[in-house]
Design a protein around this ligand. Structure first.
Ligand SMILES: Cc1cc2nc3c(=O)[nH]c(=O)nc-3n(C[C@H](O)[C@H](O)[C@H](O)COP(=O)(O)O)c2cc1C
Length: 199
C-alpha cells in the first residue's frame, strides 16, 4: 500500500467513576493505535470534566463567545479522520458521561467519518448491550460504526491497570476492529478530499 499521512483518530473515554475500569481499556487502545501508526488524540470525559450540557458548541452564534476549551476540542473533533469510542455499560445503555461529551459537538463534525466501538464490563457480556445503543447514537450523527464491535468481558482480568493485555484475545480483537476502521477512514478521507461532502 502506498504511504499516506497517518489517520488522525480521536479516542473517547466516556466514564468518570472513581476506580473506573474504562481507563485501562482506553490506555490499551491508545497504545495499540500509536503502535499501529495512528495520530491519536485522547479525549477523556473525566479529565475534561465538562458539566452536564447547557450549551453545545454549535449553539454559540458567535463562536468567539464559546469557551476556548470547547472551541479547541471542537476543532480537534472536526479535523479527525475517525473515532474510537471506549464505552462501559450502565443499565444496558451508554454511560451518561459519554453522550454528554459527544453532545457538545455538532453532528457535522463527525459525519462522513467512521467510528469503532470498544466496550467492556467486568461481567461476561463485555458491555455489548451499550454498544448497540451507541451504534444508534453514532448513526444519528452520521459517524457510522464499523461492523465489528470489540467487546471485552472481564475487563478487570483482561487488562492490568496500565492497559497491558493479560491474554491473547486483546491484541487480536483490537486488530480486527482497527483494520476495519482504517479501511473505512482511508476510503472516506480519500472521497471527502476528492469530491467533498453533500451540502
Ligand atoms: C450505574 C451503573 C449501571 C451498571 N449497569 C450495568 C449493566 O447494565 N450491565 C453490565 O454488564 N454492567 C453494569 N454495570 C457495571 C459496570 O459494567 C462496571 O461497573 C464497569 O466497571 C463500568 O465501567 P467504568 O468502571 O469505566 O465506570 C453498571 C455500573 C453502574 C455504575
Amino acid at each position: 500500500m502506498a504511504a499516506t499521512k497517518p489517520l488522525k483518530i480521536v479516542l473517547f473515554l466516556g466514564t468518570v467513576r472513581e476506580n473506573r475500569l474504562g481507563l485501562r481499556v482506553a490506555k490499551f487502545m491508545q497504545n495499540y493505535l500509536v503502535k499501529t501508526g495512528h495520530d491519536v488524540d485522547f479525549m477523556d470525559a473525566q479529565e475534561l470534566d465538562l458539566p452536564l450540557l447547557k450549551k453545545p458548541l454549535h449553539f454559540y452564534r458567535d463562536q468567539s463567545e464559546a469557551p476556548p476549551l470547547l472551541v479547541d476540542l471542537g476543532q480537534r473533533v472536526k479535523t479527525a479522520d475517525g473515532y474510537v469510542m471506549v464505552s462501559g455499560e450502565y443499565n444496558h445503555s451508554i454511560p451518561p458521561a459519554l453522550s454528554n461529551l459527544l453532545d457538545y459537538f455538532p453532528g457535522s463534525s463527525f459525519s462522513y467519518k467512521p467510528s469503532a466501538i470498544v466496550c467492556y464490563s467486568p461481567g461476561q457480556y463485555g458491555g455489548m448491550r451499550a454498544a448497540i445503543q451507541l451504534r444508534a447514537l453514532l448513526g444519528e450523527i452520521g459517524c457510522l460504526s464499523v461492523s465489528n464491535i470489540f467487546g471485552i468481558p472481564q475487563a478487570n482480568k483482561s487488562l492490568d491497570e496500565e492497559g497491558n493485555p493479560q491474554n491473547d484475545h486483546m491484541e487480536s480483537g483490537a486488530k480486527r476492529l482497527i483494520t476495519q476502521l482504517d479501511w473505512h477512514a482511508h476510503a472516506m478521507r480519500n472521497h471527502r478530499e476528492s469530491v467533498g461532502i453533500p451540502k
